[in-house]
Ligand binder design. Structure first.
Ligand SMILES: Cc1cc2nc3c(=O)[nH]c(=O)nc-3n(C[C@H](O)[C@H](O)[C@H](O)COP(=O)(O)OP(=O)(O)OC[C@H]3O[C@@H](n4cnc5c(N)ncnc54)[C@H](O)[C@@H]3O)c2cc1C
Length: 330
């Protein structure tokens, strides 16, 4: 929650957090789901007032959060002595997304849901009766309805049907640090991270960075992250990784002693107004998209499923209108 400002995305995330918990309660915790909290820090005393009002906005909206100007060591012992103020969100939660996917897939398999691995969809055609799916290997599948969860590739799959959705790639890079004695208990984020998320100009190819530091159960430490509009380029840029590490070391100096064991880049599906598109997109109501989640697709996965369920016989979600592509029509 800590990087969201009150609004529709905030409301979606609040619902999703509760639904993730519901899933773990129901299916068990096999996905490293840990309520470890977020420590949002600023090194600039001039930004402390803004962090304080961000905390206040959250508490006014029912989220537990605290603003602190001392005693940081009890939350995060290795924070820099230069930290001026901290916001603490005790209910923020971490999950290992690959394990979560695996857990959900196993659950569906037990329910008898058919699946295919590594088959690529080459094209779709919809009419009033259903959807014809063409796979790259030449196979065809007939479906009543189709939900495309194909991230930044969704717009390309829909374009031949004359359907245009405003979702473009926003590249991000991360460093993974070796295991070691540096203790990172919570998610540590620079307060400036919130601004990099919310201030986006797709016509600007400049690289933005802001520190995010998270430990994992395996003992490695994830240091992120960057944001950049660079098309579908997934190459790693060492200069950006160096900048990310410099940002992180400013918050936690002891990270300088840990080696980087790998870096990676990914493409966040960025929708031009920052809200996902979870809706039917064709005239027959046969093709649905679940995309445009930018940097919070794991967090929003649960509410995305709940909204989608509303279109397939469940209760219509109160935010279904907010995530419909109809909002781009005006
Ligand atoms: C550096 C970085 C850090 C991030 N940190 C966080 C975080 O802390 N929390 C968070 O919530 N989110 C985070 N995100 C964002 C998150 O990764 C995305 O929001 C999320 O992955 C989007 O999920 P998706 O399923 O829509 O798309 P994707 O994860 O991109 O999945 C799309 C899938 O569709 C498949 N596909 C595409 N085309 C086809 C086709 N034609 N046929 C068959 N399959 C196809 C792809 O192979 C892929 O597996 C981060 C992203 C980056 C880059």
């Amino acid at each position: 929650m800590s990087d969201k400002s009150p609004g529709e995305l905030f409301d979606l995330m609040r619902d999703s957090l509760a639904l993730w918990q519901e899933m773990v309660d129901h299916l068990g915790n096999h996905c490293e789901y840990d309520e470890k909290g977020s420590t949002v820090v600023t090194l600039q005393s001039g930004a402390a007032g803004r962090l304080k009002s961000h905390v206040r906005d959250h508490t006014a909206n029912g989220i537990k959060a605290e603003f602190l100007t001392d005693g940081f060591a009890s939350l995060e012992p290795e924070l820099s002595p230069d930290v001026a103020a901290v916001g603490w969100w005790p209910q923020d939660t971490q999950v290992q997304p690959m394990r979560a996917c695996f857990q959900i897939a196993q659950h569906l398999k037990r329910q008898g849901v058919a699946h295919r691995l590594y088959d690529s969809v080459a094209g779709l055609a919809a009419n009033a009766a259903g959807v014809d799916i063409r796979l790259a290997n030449g196979d065809r599948i007939a479906a009543g309805r189709v939900v495309l969860c194909t991230g930044v590739w969704t717009a390309g799959l829909l374009a031949p049907l004359g359907i245009h959705i405003p979702v473009i790639p926003r590249k991000g890079q991360l460093c993974v640090l070796e295991r070691g004695p540096v203790a990172i208990r919570t998610k540590i984020a620079d307060f400036a991270y919130n601004e990099t998320v919310e201030n986006a100009d797709p016509s600007d190819s400049a690289v933005q960075t802001a520190a995010i530091i998270e430990g994992t159960r395996s003992g490695t430490i994830l240091c992120g992250s960057s944001r950049c509009f660079a098309g579908f380029d997934l190459s790693l840029d060492d200069a950006v990784l160096a900048r990310i590490m410099a940002d992180c070391i400013r918050l936690v100096p002891s990270l300088a002693a840990r080696r980087i064991i790998r870096g990676y880049a990914g493409l966040r599906p960025y929708s031009i107004d920052g809200l996902p598109i979870i809706a039917s997109v064709d005239e027959h109501g046969r093709i649905f998209t679940a995309t445009g989640h930018e940097g919070t697709g794991h967090g929003l996965a649960a509410v995305t499923g709940r909204i989608m369920a509303g279109y397939f016989g469940g209760t219509t979600h109160s935010l279904a209108v907010a995530v419909s592509p109809a909002r781009f029509a005006s």
